[in-house]
Ligand binder design. Structure first.
Ligand code: PLP
Length: 367
């Protein structure tokens, strides 16, 4: 937020700031989805809905899991909320008593940590190796009698790492052995590149499914960030506790958004492939460009972020990100914002023109 304010101030002085901070697709919501929203309004679908979502959407979510993940859920095992963000909040509130511990592998999207705190739980930050991959051996030593859950986010924000099936299985076995929940945030499920293959933990087997709460959203997949529709699938007792909380807090997410999400999940899916294809080209261009100018950066396997290392001699991501903004007018997110250090997050959910100019400016700045 501080960076955004600073970027706006620099812009106001007449400079062009290149924004590589975007955490959302730069595409418009596809036309057939906007039309579904207009139709819902015309048909008067504008009243309160059940707290856990309209039956049509819950059925569409079950169908999505069947079609894409080969996974069987009943409508009582799924619910809808105001984005994945509220889903995650409801999960923390439903499963954490004060002092309960939740393991959070870092670097990580900050919200996981803050929501555990909101539920009076204790986030336990688990440092990963330099390849940012989640290994069971890193988690094991942090499990205590108070551990309630482990957060997984693959493809990962900010690192772009996609867990391979063996890694997911190893963590799932730990969860089952110790009777703790796995919270699988699959927000970037469709944003996969190269040979990356995404496996959701609940699809491994019935026992793992019993301990997994799957989190997903239409925000990124369908360029619908502002519509605020996220969903969860998991054990019925957890879902019903989450829905009870929902009923007394926000009641539901907007009815028109829910009807639009029905169309997103059940209608044509070409828009997703088109968008991912475009991101794939930008990724190729941008990461190759970073390598060409001597920036060390692993190839992101998923999501739409590059997570390069700081140049030699730089130790504070906050400081370097701040100087990049002030001196080169490039806005980035420091790794420190993800409880990491030594990296920056650069979003390539922006136009080729911006990426190309950012590479030029970076080269000049680093040179
Ligand atoms: N989960 C992760 C890992 C994210 O990066 C984000 C948004 O940046 C979200 C969830 C939020 O999704 P939603 O828009 O559905 O609240």
């Amino acid at each position: 937020m501080a960076m955004a304010a600073k970027a706006a101030a620099i812009q106001q002085q007449g400079h062009k700031v290149l924004n590589l901070t975007l955490g959302e697709p730069d595409f418009e919501t596809p036309e057939h989805l906007k039309e579904a929203a207009r139709r819902a309004i015309r048909d008067g679908k504008t009243r309160y809905t059940p707290a856990s979502g309209i039956p049509e959407l819950r059925e569409a979510i079950c169908e999505k899991f069947r079609r894409e993940n080969d996974l069987e859920y009943q409508p009582a095992e799924v619910m809808v909320a105001v984005g994945a963000k509220q889903i995650l909040y409801n999960i923390c509130m439903a499963i954490c008593d004060p002092g309960d511990e939740v393991l959070v592998p870092i670097p990580v999207w900050q919200t996981f940590v803050e929501q555990v705190k909101l539920a009076e739980g204790k986030p336990v930050l688990v440092e990963l190796g330099s390849d940012h991959r989640v290994r069971r051996a890193d988690l094991d030593p942090h499990i205590t009698a108070r551990t309630r859950a482990i957060f997984l986010n693959s493809p990962n924000n900010p690192t772009g790492v996609v867990m391979d099936p063996d890694e997911v299985r190893a963590v799932a076995e730990l969860a089952v052995e110790r009777g703790i929940y796995l919270i699988g945030d699959e927000t970037y499920e469709h944003f996969l590149y190269g040979d990356a293959r995404h496996v959701i933990p609940a699809a491994l087997d019935e026992e793992v499914k019993r301990w997994t709460i799957e989190v997903n959203t239409v925000s990124k997949t369908y360029a619908m960030t502002g519509w605020r529709v996220g969903y969860a699938a998991g054990p019925a007792e957890v879902i019903s506790a989450m829905a009870a909380l929902m009923g007394q807090s926000t009641t539901q997410t907007a009815s028109v958004s829910q009807w639009t999400a029905v169309e997103a999940l059940t209608g044509p899916q070409d828009c997703v492939q088109e968008m991912v294809g475009e991101f794939s080209k930008r990724r190729e261009y941008f990461i190759n460009g970073l390598h060409r100018i001597g920036v060390e950066c692993a190839w992101p396997e998923g999501a739409f972020y590059a997570y390069p290392s700081l140049p030699a001699g730089e130790s504070s991501s906050l400081d370097f990100s701040d100087r990049l903004l002030t001196e080169a007018h490039i806005a980035t997110v420091p790794g420190a914002d993800f409880y990491g250090e030594g990296n920056l997050r650069l979003s390539y959910a922006t136009s080729m023109d911006v990426l190309s100019e950012a590479l030029e400016r970076l080269e000049r700045y680093l040179g």
